[in-house]
Ligand binder design. Structure first.
Ligand code: GRF
Length: 233
C-alpha cells in the first residue's frame, strides 16, 4: 500500500463487535486505515479485552471521574490528540458529546446506527421497526454532528424484515450487516472518497448501486424492479 494509513481510534461502551470487525478489516495490507487506539467510557466494557488481546492502546475515560460533560470531553480530546487520531469511529459509544467537542472533530468522526436513518433515531431501533411493521430495516454510518443520530449519511445497508422475526432475530441480521458496512464506510472516509460538506456527504469515485431489495420477496432475495413489474401474481 503506497498511501499512509489513516490513524483511527474506535470509541466503545460495551461489547465491541463493530470495533472487532473494524480491527479485522484494517489488518488487511491494502486497507487505508489502521486502528491505533480504543477508548471506552466504561471500565467493564467487554470490547476492551478484545483491544487488549490485539495489543491496541486502550484507555478508559469514565464520566464519573470528571466534574461534567465538558471536562470529560476535554479528556477524550486530549487522548485522541495523544493517539494522533485522524479519524474517530464511534461503535456503540453510549454518551452524547458536548457541541464544542463535536465541532473539533467534525468531518473526522463517524458513527454506526442500527436503523435506516432518519427513521428510528435513539434506542431500541429493532423493536420500534417491528412495531411499525417495517418490511425493510437496516443500518447507517454517518458523520457525527451535534444533533443525536443526525449527521450527514455516508452509507446505508438495508435488510429484509421477515414476518416471523422477533427482536433477537432482527437484531442479529442487522448486526451482521453492520459488521460489513462499517469497514466499507471507514474505507470511503479514509480514502477521501466520502467527505462531509456542510449538511451533506460528497463522494468521489463511488459507483451508484443498482437493484432493489423487495421484502417480502416475490421470488428470492434481491430482484430488479423491472422484472418485478413484469411478474404475474
Ligand atoms: C450496534 O448495534 C451499533 O449500531 C450501535 O450500538 C451497537 C454496538 O454493538 N450504535 P457492538 O458494541 O459494536 O457489538
Amino acid at each position: 500500500m503506497s498511501a499512509r494509513k489513516k490513524r483511527t481510534v474506535v470509541m466503545i461502551s460495551g461489547r465491541g463487535s463493530n470495533m472487532a470487525s473494524l480491527l479485522e478489516a484494517t489488518r488487511e495490507d491494502q486497507y487505508p486505515a489502521e486502528i491505533v487506539g480504543v477508548i471506552s467510557n466504561r471500565s467493564g466494557a467487554p470490547g476492551l479485552e478484545v483491544a487488549r488481546r490485539a495489543g491496541i492502546d486502550n484507555r478508559v475515560i469514565a464520566q464519573d471521574d470528571f466534574a461534567g460533560g465538558e471536562a470529560h470531553d476535554a479528556a477524550i480530546h486530549d487522548a485522541l490528540v495523544d493517539m494522533q487520531a485522524e479519524i474517530v469511529c464511534l461503535a456503540g459509544y453510549m454518551r452524547i458529546f458536548t457541541a464544542g467537542f463535536v465541532a473539533l472533530w467534525e468531518g473526522r468522526m463517524i458513527n454506526i446506527h442500527p436503523s435506516l436513518l432518519p427513521l428510528f433515531r435513539g434506542l431500541n431501533t429493532h423493536r420500534r421497526a417491528l412495531e411499525a411493521g417495517m418490511r425493510v430495516h437496516g443500518c447507517t454510518v454517518h458523520f457525527v454532528t451535534a444533533g443525536m443520530d443526525e449527521g450527514p449519511i455516508i452509507t446505508q445497508a438495508a435488510v429484509p424484515v421477515h414476518a416471523e422475526d422477533d427482536e433477537a432475530s432482527l437484531t442479529a441480521r442487522v448486526l451482521s450487516t453492520e459488521h460489513l458496512l462499517y469497514p466499507y464506510a471507514l474505507r470511503l472516509v479514509a480514502e477521501g472518497r466520502a467527505r462531509m460538506d456542510g449538511a451533506r456527504t460528497v463522494y468521489s469515485g463511488v459507483a451508484p448501486s443498482s437493484g432493489a431489495l423487495i421484502s417480502p420477496s416475490p421470488s428470492e432475495g434481491v430482484v430488479d424492479i423491472e422484472s418485478l413489474a413484469r411478474m404475474t401474481p
